[in-house]
Design a protein around this ligand. Structure first.
Ligand code: G6P
Ligand code: ZN
Length: 544
């Protein structure tokens, strides 16, 4: 095997964001761009030499090319073995599962998650560490630093094996094992959930479900697990064939982008249960007939009902949620007498807590839910958890949520996104807001009194790492809250996110329409941050 040593010069923009290096496809198509980043991973993650790497992606445009390049670079670097999903396909949670199951030295995930794909869309690459989770900041910082001084990369001068057939082959001295993308993941799900009981729900009752795979990676997972293993009707999975451009849509499971699913679910004779997952299979959206479950409520409800599910029957150690996620889960943790952690946005912040056994369930408002079974959020896992719950409780999604509210109170919650705002203006908005924070406590805004206002900082309780500047929060007496932050995952301009929450203990007031229940707080948010003045926008581009 010949190894080419290719001279290169650094790119200045290879700093991984909230979830890996995510850029427009045309950025990745620049000569040496992907190669430089991969070389920086190999240079810093020394255990990969002689070790095993898991490799796969969500099948988006450029996935196959990237896999070919990475296989050749891995061979040149002396990686002993690469486990790759057939056709280059692996969902993000499946990569995490494989890293853990085969105790590999890490994995590379090729995805830009819920961002659109295709030649005009986005691509991404993310390194996951041997615990199966996204690399923590100290690792991504080291990789970024290495990208800034690269002078060469190494790539094997051979054209690799066919990745469309299961089995083993070699590339130079490196072994390649092409695996079924679903098998190990499905086996893990069987250890957590009561497949017999869920199967009976599908085959022994009139229960119907619709799962929207959004032409992304979970199509094959949904078909195998829901239809083949659990016996759901074959029309359960919609948009189930992964396409390189996701059918030209945003593979983002929310009320805006999963419109056909939402329409079906709001039909009088619609299915009993609806769910969707994103590009790489780590997000989830949960719907009942005519009913949307916010991700924040979903986390709280799964936690409160975990004892119904075999994998969590003995109780959960603790719960973690990202700061902007509603405080509904905190009330469940208090009720169960377990710890609850508030972390910055980004799944990687849950890793240490999960590794240390301090938390079992985690969730984020951005449609992410998961547990200690892997180190990524996991879309289908959340769907199966809900199915298990529905099978045990023999009740509708809506009734389960409403009875949860009656017991714990309701956290009305919404997120307003102002997308593709001028980056400098968005920074100015945040700066001005930060400057005002110290003057806010005790002040009355509308009908609310500020109890705390700060720029969220987090000290990791396990390794002491401090992360500052994680979002402005304004807390009000009585549990209502406003949060402002700039997205860390966008690729064009800036996205301002406004998160609004109001706690309502009174069951007589649990049936209000969310946006009107939150309207006074939304008005306060616009006023206090000068949203229109700074962004030029009166209204958000997306509401979830
Ligand atoms: C990705 C991460 C999530 C995070 C989300 C937030 O999906 O995996 O952990 O919550 O991005 O993105 P944002 O655009 O709000 O920074
Ligand atoms: Zn994702």
């Amino acid at each position: 095997m010949n190894i080419n040593v290719v001279a290169t010069t650094p790119f200045s923009d290879q700093k991984p964001g909230t979830s890996g290096l995510r850029k427009q496809v045309r950025v990745f198509q620049q000569p040496h761009y992907l190669e430089n980043f991969v070389q920086a991973v190999f240079n810093t993650q020394t255990a990969l030499k002689g070790g095993t790497l898991v490799l796969g992606g969500d099948g988006r445009y450029f996935n196959r090319e990237a896999i070919r390049i990475i296989l050749r670079m891995a061979a040149a670097h002396g990686v002993a073995k690469v486990i790759v999903g057939r056709g280059g396909i692996l969902s993000t949670p499946a990569v995490s599962c494989l890293i853990r199951r085969y105790q590999t030295q890490g994995g590379l995930i090729l995805s830009a998650s819920h961002n659109p794909g295709g030649p005009q869309g986005d691509f991404g690459i993310k390194f996951n560490t041997p615990n199966g989770g996204p690399a923590p900041e100290k690792v991504t910082n080291a990789i970024h630093k290495a990208t800034l001084t690269l002078t060469e990369y190494r790539i094997a001068d051979i054209h690799p094996v066919n990745i469309d057939h299961l089995g083993n082959s070699t590339l130079g001295a490196m072994d390649i094992e092409v695996v079924d993308p679903v098998q190990d993941y499905a086996a893990l799900m069987q250890t957590l959930f009561d497949f017999d009981r869920i199967g009976t729900l599908f085959t022994g009752t009139a229960f119907r479900m619709r799962f929207d795979a959004m032409y992304a990676v979970t199509g094959p997972y949904g078909r195998r697990i829901l239809v083949e293993m659990l016996g759901a009707r074959s029309d359960t999975v919609m948009r189930g064939d992964p396409l390189a451009n996701f059918g030209g849509q945003h593979p983002d499971p929310n009320l805006v982008y999963a419109q056909d699913l939402v329409e079906a679910m709001y039909h009088r004779d619609g299915p009993d249960f609806g769910a969707a997952s994103d590009g790489d299979g780590d997000r989830n959206m949960i719907l009942g007939r005519g009913f949307f479950v916010t991700p924040s409520d979903s986390l709280a409800i799964l936690a409160a009902n975990a004892h119904h599910v075999p994998g969590y029957r003995d109780g959960i150690a603790g719960i973690a949620r990202s700061m902007p996620t509603s405080q509904a889960a905190d009330r469940v943790a208090a009720h169960l007498g377990i710890e609850c952690f508030e972390t910055p946005t980004g799944w990687k912040f849950f890793g240490n807590l999960l590794d240390a056994g301090r938390v079992t369930l985690c969730g984020e408002e951005s449609f992410g839910t998961g547990s200690d079974h892997v180190r990524e959020k996991d879309g289908l896992w959340a769907v199966l958890f809900w199915l298990n719950l529905l099978a045990v409780r023999q009740d509708s999604v809506e009734n389960i949520v409403r009875s949860h509210w009656r017991q714990f109170g309701r956290n009305y919650y919404t997120r307003h996104d102002f997308e593709e705002v001028d980056a400098e203006r968005a920074e100015t908005l945040m700066r001005r807001l930060r400057d005002r924070l110290s003057a806010l406590p005790g002040k009355r805004l509308g009908d609310h009194t500020v109890s705390l206002a700060d720029d969220f900082a987090y000290e990791d309780p396990i390794d002491g790492t401090i992360s500052q500047g994680q979002g402005v929060r304004i807390l009000f007496e009585g549990g209502s809250r406003l949060v402002f932050r700039l997205s860390g995952t966008g690729t064009a301009g800036a996205t301002l996110r406004l998160y609004v929450e109001r706690y309502e203990p009174d069951p007589q007031r649990h049936a209000l329409e969310t946006q009107s229940a939150l309207a006074p707080l939304i008005a306060i948010a616009h006023e206090v941050a000068g949203i229109e003045e700074h962004t030029g926008r009166e209204a958000p581009t997306v509401i979830t």
